[in-house]
Design a binder for this molecule. Structure first.
Ligand code: BTN
Length: 322
């Protein structure tokens, strides 16, 4: 399947006979893969020259996702549902049953999408991208907050490198374009005081949503790729790019720790250097955000010069920031 996909991606005519010969499989095995892709919504021409791809769908069927996947393990196992209450909950159930690291749970519709701090996450069928990923890193629970920071870095990298958008991060893990939120990340963990058993990383991205798709309270603070770029984006191509970048950062993180990730985050953080209001539990703090430290905490200096180190919470930026 991977080989058939790799060749079709080129957009050229691909000879089924030649692939079958090279891979030492029957021509009907190749035809089955082509049929699989057609059933997933790919338009593939057939002629005496072989097969040629003429259009790519934008759905979350596993063959479509595999078409765009260039990872070693992230997303290689896919649990797709048209509708779920929340991909987070489904991923947790599978994690408890022993699912392997890299599992992707993805759906077209979420009836009970969750955001951070108990908020709901609004998504629109056929326009949003909502999924959860399972990780089983050897980390201590105190490192947990570095995880969504790493994921938001990967996301903003994809936005800038592939879509030429000037994305930046609002601590702890909002991805913004200008001052509007384009994506949210929710990391939930299971473990004990010493070690993490697994992390479910939930990602919601506003890909092709239009202003009218957002509820009134979000209309002035949310945006989408379509609203920023002015054209529709294939959600699965975006997913493939994100998973590739996230896997690269994850492997870097596992190998070298948080330090190289932190450097990159500081370069695109809209929080550090800004006057902020931080909310943690019931508490409210005003001051200047001066750093994201080696653990991933936000360091804020208040008007009396006292230093506060925040490990979680929400932040509002008061000035224009970087
Ligand atoms: C936030 O910004 O508050 C985080 C939002 C995370 C939303 C995603 S969508 C996929 C996954 N499933 C959920 O129920 N939530 C996360």
């Amino acid at each position: 399947m991977d080989e058939v996909i790799r060749r079709l991606r080129s957009g050229n005519w691909v000879s089924g006979e030649a692939i079958a010969r090279e891979l030492n499989v029957s021509r009907s095995a190749i035809w089955k893969h082509v049929l699989n892709l057609k059933e997933a919504g790919f338009e593939i021409q057939s002629s005496s020259r072989g097969y040629k791809l003429s259009s790519i769908p934008d759905n979350f069927y596993p063959p479509t996702i595999k078409f765009f996947l260039e990872t070693r393990f992230l997303g290689q196992r896919i649990d797709y549902h048209f509708r779920l209450p929340s991909s987070q909950d489904r991923a947790k159930i599978l994690a408890e049953k022993g699912a392997k690291e890299g599992l992707l749970v993805i759906c077209e519709e979420q009836s009970g999408g969750r955001g951070r701090r108990g908020r709901r996450w609004v998504s629109t069928s056929y326009k949003s991208l909502t999924f959860s990923l399972l990780f089983r890193p050897s980390l201590s629970p105190w490192q947990m907050m570095q995880f969504p920071l790493m994921a938001s870095l990967a996301l903003s990298d994809v936005l800038s490198s592939h879509y030429r958008l000037c994305a930046h991060l609002k601590w702890p893990n909002d991805v913004l374009i200008g001052r509007r939120k384009v994506a949210g990340i929710l990391a939930e963990m299971s473990g004990d005081a010493e070690s993490i058993n697994y992390i479910v990383l939930g990602v919601g991205i506003n890909i092709n949503m239009e202003e009218e798709d957002f509820p009134d309270e979000l209309k002035t603070i949310a945006t989408s790729l379509l609203m920023e770029i002015g054209k529709k984006i294939n959600r699965v191509r975006f997913l493939g790019r994100f998973l590739k970048r996230l896997e690269e950062y994850y492997l870097l993180y596992v190998e070298e720790g948080f330090s190289p990730i932190r450097e990159k985050i500081l370069a695109i953080s809209s929080t550090v250097g800004s006057e902020v209001v931080a909310y943690q539990g019931e508490g409210r703090l005003e001051g200047k955000a001066v750093d994201i430290d080696s653990q991933g905490n936000l360091v804020v200096i208040d008007s009396s010069g006292s230093k506060h180190v925040l490990c979680c919470g929400d932040v509002t930026i008061r000035d224009k920031g970087k």
